[in-house]
Design a protein around this ligand. Structure first.
Ligand code: OSB
Ligand code: MG
Length: 371
């Protein structure tokens, strides 16, 4: 396909309830939606950045800049047969993984549509539904958290992730575990602790957690290895893993026993697959993280999560857990087994609703070839 036109849109979508983590509180999602057109085909991708550099160093503004000035000029007007041809055009751009992933995923969608296959099939997915869970933000009190967890269990979620932060840690885990002795439970600290806090993690080591996600520094691999040696519960890395090379370092050092894959954090689906494949060979289970994506990004997440080594439930919840109204149709739902169906239509397999997208668009820019 020849890339004839690319459009980027800054979208701002209100969450059904504010999401609090150790990094702060978010009431809206600020992302960039990327649209690629050529030869009658349209591909969509989502750049899962934020308006703040609190999870990753990237923001909407840095990703906009990198897309506009480096990534889009490198592909516009080119004839692309496979996404693998695009990545060498970007090798000089260091970092900016979320910006790369937004455009890379739109190209995956367009090229899957060109072949008439689903994105899941194009990526090597092997399953038609994937296990999912829900990520629960910090609440006002342990009692409020228990109520929130109960509500999600009633909605059908069978795996609960609790956000933790200093001073809001062991007591939350114990309160939820006491109330729900048998649920699949895990925690995510978003890098809020230090190695000296090992006592806090020892105190939750007997709570039968599936994993403890990113307890220490957001670039750290070394201290996580020391912490993992002190714990029975598997550590899972999120923030620290930006590439398959990082995954190999973490696994070889013993820094984690599980890895969270987010295409945005690692620069797209191609690198996600490389991490998935490395982990499969190393006996390390992976699961799909989330960045509170709209239906555009979520469709890609579900497709990627259909690869065989995504064995743990993903942070891929129903559209309604995030937004009153999604920008795609059909919206994403879960079934009675806490599973989500993988779209089967060409590419992302969902339709982007033009009027809904327009309503949440803050600004847009179009790039076209000169004929
Ligand atoms: O650390 O997994 C995280 C959301 C924003 C930034 C970081 C994280 C999260 C989540 C949300 O936990 C997961 C979801 O999309 O449901
Ligand atoms: Mg995380």
């Amino acid at each position: 396909m020849r890339i004839e036109r690319i459009e980027i849109r800054y979208t701002k979508m209100e969450l059904v309830s504010p999401f609090e983590t150790s990094m702060g509180v978010e009431a809206h999602e600020h992302h960039i939606q990327v649209r690629v057109d050529g030869e009658g085909l349209t591909g969509w991708g989502e750049c899962a950045v934020s308006d703040t550099p609190h999870y990753s160093p990237e923001t909407v503004e840095t990703a906009w800049h990198i897309l506009r000035d480096f990534l889009i000029p490198a592909v516009l007007g080119r004839r692309i047969g496979a996404v693998g041809e695009v990545l060498p055009l970007w090798v000089k751009v260091r970092g900016h993984n979320m910006a790369k992933a937004g455009l890379e995923s739109a190209l995956w969608d367009a090229l899957a549509k060109e072949q008439g296959i689903s994105l899941a099939k194009a990526l090597g997915g092997t399953r038609d539904r994937v296990p999912v869970g829900v990520s629960v933000g910090l609440q006002a009190s342990p009692e409020a958290l228990v109520r929130k967890v109960a509500a999600h269990l009633a909605e059908g979620y069978k795996r609960i992730k609790l956000k933790i932060a200093p001073g809001r840690d062991v007591a939350l885990v114990k309160a939820v575990r006491r109330e729900f002795p048998d649920i699949l439970l895990q925690v995510d600290a978003n890098s809020a602790f230090a190695l000296d806090d090992v006592g806090i993690f020892r105190a939750m080591d007997d709570e039968r957690l599936l994993l403890i996600e990113q307890p220490l520094g957001y670039e750290d691999i070394y201290d996580h290895a020391k912490l993992q040696r002190e714990l029975k519960t598997p550590i899972c890395l999120d923030e620290s893993i930006h590439s398959a090379a990082d995954a190999r370092a973490a696994v070889e050092l013993g820094s984690c026993r599980v890895i969270n894959i987010k295409p945005g954090r690692v620069g797209g689906f191609s690198e996600s697959k490389a991490i998935h494949d490395f982990c499969a060979g190393a006996g390390i289970p992976v699961w799909h993280g989330g960045m509170l994506e709209s239906g555009i990004g979520r469709a890609g997440n579900v497709a990627l999560a259909s690869l065989p080594n995504f064995t743990l439930p993903g942070d891929i919840s129903a559209s309604r857990r995030y937004f009153k109204q999604d920008i795609v149709e059909p919206e994403f739902v879960i079934d009675k087994d806490s599973m989500m169906a993988v779209p089967v239509g060409p590419g992302i397999g969902v339709e982007v609703l033009a009027d809904r997208l327009e309503k949440v668009t803050v600004r847009r820019q179009e790039f076209k070839i000169n004929r």
